[in-house]
Design a protein around this ligand. Structure first.
Ligand code: NDP
Ligand code: OXD
Length: 311
């Protein structure tokens, strides 16, 4: 199979070229825009290609996302053309997300955002009494590859962990919820809410005023999934009333976040620039080529996206 590679310049082609060659010397991988005869391309490895780019590849059979999410792909167009979509599950990426979520939960648990504000005002004021790990209820939206790994790590750290998914789950040490009622139930018992959902028609805007209203006053949120999961005005209102006390956002509706956006200067919002878990070419290249090999051989690929579900 001849494979096309497309990623915006800022993702850096160099490391990818090297990593793919190291993973498989014989692979015929062509970096956009130098694709040769585009009618020969049957597979594509992609991050954020414009929809029109796919129109130029009439023989395309499979697209592999360069990341875990596939919301950057024109899913409707690919589905209508019968093109399969595969996504990335890489232990290196999962480890990075586990680190990020543990670090942010610990920051919130230890009142670090409040101490940073105090430092700016030269205030020496211990926030007492502390909360025991087992009394801090951390809930995760999404119990997939990333959500389940983060839940396990946070539970191992001693936090009281819950998780929410579309289908029912039973995971040792984690309270599992599903469905609309399950979401409300979980929200009521949540001090720190982490979003690790895929962005689909069903999950867009899920972190909204309604959900915040079900959470205890002063709850905190971490969005490490997609900006589209959060209704930004609802967050600003909830921070204003104190319903939500702190927000840590790795992702925003528009990225990069526009200079005039109110999130930049908000005292109760901590931002990171979509870096919670960055795909590592050195580990991902072999996984991606392995998935494409299995697809070409007609074998099932665990990370195939269900076109109806959109993830
Ligand atoms: P998975 O597909 O493995 O897991 C998705 C989880 O979300 C599943 O548990 C699924 O439920 C649940 N889910 C999906 N739709 C719904 C719904 N409507 N209601 C309830 N639960 C739902 O994805 P990953 O864990 O690999 O990745 C999750 C997301 O993380 C990615 O899509 C991406 O957006 C984001 N991400 C962000 C990164 C960053 O740097 N900020 C890096 C990497 C990923 P079920 O198990 O029942 O199917
Ligand atoms: C991903 C991401 O989806 O980096 O992998 O956001």
């Amino acid at each position: 199979m001849i494979i096309a590679f497309y990623a915006p310049e800022n993702r850096g082609f160099g490391p990818w070229r090297q990593a793919f060659l190291a993973a498989c010397e014989g692979v015929d991988l062509r970096f956009a825009p130098n694709l040769g005869d585009p009618t020969l391309i049957e597979a594509a490895i992609v991050w954020a290609a414009p929809a029109a780019w796919f129109d130029g590849l009439p023989a395309l059979r499979v697209v592999h996302s360069l990341g875990a999410g596939v919301d950057h792909l024109p899913m409707g167009l690919l589905r209508d053309r019968g093109i399969a979509v595969l996504r990335l599950a890489d232990p290196d990426l999962t480890g990075a997300m586990v680190d990020y979520c543990l670090a942010q939960v610990l920051r919130l648990h230890l009142n670090d955002p409040a101490y940073r504000r105090q430092q700016a005002e030269r205030l020496w004021h211990p926030i007492l009494p502390g909360v025991a790990h087992c009394d801090r209820r951390v809930s995760i939206l999404g119990l997939g590859t990333l959500g389940a790994a983060c839940a396990a790590r946070l539970a191992a750290h001693g936090f009281s962990v819950s998780g929410w998914s579309r289908t029912a789950k039973s995971i040792a040490g984690i309270r599992c919820f599903q469905g609309a009622d399950g979401l409300v139930q979980m929200a009521r018992e949540t001090d720190i809410l982490i979003c690790l959902l895929p962005l689909t028609d069903e999950t867009r805007g899920i972190m909204n005023a309604d959900l915040f209203a079900h959470m205890p006053q002063g709850a905190m949120v971490v969005n490490a999934a997609r900006g589209g999961h959060l209704v930004e005005d609802d967050l600003l209102t909830a921070l204003g009333t104190g319903q939500i006390a702190e927000a840590i956002l790795d992702v925003t509706g528009i990225e990069p976040l526009p200079e005039a956006h109110p999130f930049w200067a908000h005292p109760r919002i901590s931002l990171t620039p979509h870096v919670a878990a960055i795909t590592n070419p050195a580990t991902a290249a072999a996984i991606i080529l392995g998935n494409l090999d299995r697809f070409a051989a007609g074998l099932p690929v665990a990370q195939a996206v269900d076109p109806a579900r959109g993830y």
